[in-house]
Design a protein. Structure first.
Length: 186
């Protein structure tokens, strides 16, 4: 497995772990009305919105994988596991669906937030997120209110990608120019 594939696999496995832990927590709630009350509380809503950002990261990882032509059976299987865990989470969220829609977040129709027609392979290295490998551009405002790209040691990152990587994958951000410099341009 090359370093780019290992990088994506590591991130996707951690996303799956986050969703699995959330599923276990919500499945442990004894009654649907209690689950609904928890999810509709301020901390519960913030938690679900955070999970939705993690799902957006997974969709950007998928876009980066496709754009860089890194798709293989292992990555595809990991993506399927992430999507299954996310879809299982959505079954818990049905209780608060109307509330989340009022917040302007349709959790059932999340996308990666990137332009599906952009190709990371056509970009200069300093325009590609060091985590997801997709174009770094100003995104629509998300629940955290931060839509500006993050720069660190000459590399660019989507704020949510950097946040996820630092909190769930590694304490040091990957440097796009070092980790992926061997990738061909398309």
């Amino acid at each position: 497995m090359n370093s780019e594939t290992a990088h994506l696999m590591r991130c996707l496995q951690q996303i799956h772990k986050v969703f699995s832990n959330a599923n276990e927590t919500l499945a442990g709630i004894s009654h649907p009305s209690v689950c609904s009350e928890v999810l509709l509380s301020a901390p519960g809503t913030a938690y679900i919105l955070g999970l939705s950002e993690v799902y957006r990261v997974s969709k950007r990882l998928e876009e980066g994988m496709v754009a860089r032509r890194l798709a293989n059976d292992l990555l595809q299987q990991c993506l399927r596991e992430v999507d299954m865990a996310w879809n299982n989470l959505l079954s818990f969220l049905i209780f608060g669906r109307s509330t989340f829609q009022m917040l302007g977040t349709n959790l059932l129709e999340l996308s990666g937030g990137s332009d599906p027609h952009s190709s990371a392979g056509n970009l200069a290295p300093d325009q590609v997120c060091g985590v997801c490998l997709t174009e770094v551009k100003r995104e629509p405002q998300v629940h955290s209110g931060n839509s500006r790209p993050v720069t660190y040691q000459g590399s660019f990152y989507h704020a949510s990608c950097a946040n996820f990587w630092l909190n769930c994958v590694d304490s040091t951000l990957p440097r796009e120019t070092g980790l992926f410099s061997s990738l061909p341009s398309f």
